[in-house]
Design a binder for this molecule. Structure first.
Ligand SMILES: [Zn+2]
Length: 136
């Protein structure tokens, strides 16, 4: 069976994830933690490139879609590839939000809000710890 680009979920035990990720990456991707605002390494990153999932390497966001939202986390107007980012309703912490997950490893990335700039009007608010930048 051949592996296509979006099929084939990555499944690892929590122990394997713990071994493969840094403690911060593990907390965000696997335990849905949110890094402190203004603390992440990519918030002010302006280098052109592709942001891939820190858990599995799947392409998630392009630097072209990154904008400075001032919210304290890297923000994007849209995913780089449709289908690489899953969205789920999240009613934790007394708020109704839309959670954003990597479609391949099911890692938690952040949330999407409807107050972004045009043309999508969306703001994907993503934890730096969930991303890895591959400079162009
Ligand atoms: Zn992933």
């Amino acid at each position: 069976m051949s592996d296509t680009k979006t099929s084939g979920k990555i499944e690892k035990s929590e122990a394997e994830w713990r071994k493969d990720l840094t403690p911060m990456q593990y907390a965000v991707l696997r335990e849905k933690a949110t890094e402190r605002p203004f603390s992440g390494e990519y918030e002010h990153e302006q280098q052109p490139g592709t942001y891939i999932c820190a858990g599995c390497g799947q392409t998630l966001f392009a630097s072209d879609a990154k904008f400075d939202s001032g919210c304290g986390w890297p923000s994007f107007t849209q995913p780089a590839v449709e289908g690489h980012v899953d969205e789920e309703r999240d009613i934790s912490h007394g708020m109704i939000r839309t959670e954003v997950l990597c479609s391949k490893c099911n890692g938690h990335l952040g949330h999407v809000f409807e107050d972004g700039p045009g043309p999508t009007g969306l703001r994907y608010c993503i934890n730096s710890a969930a991303l890895k930048l591959q400079p162009k």
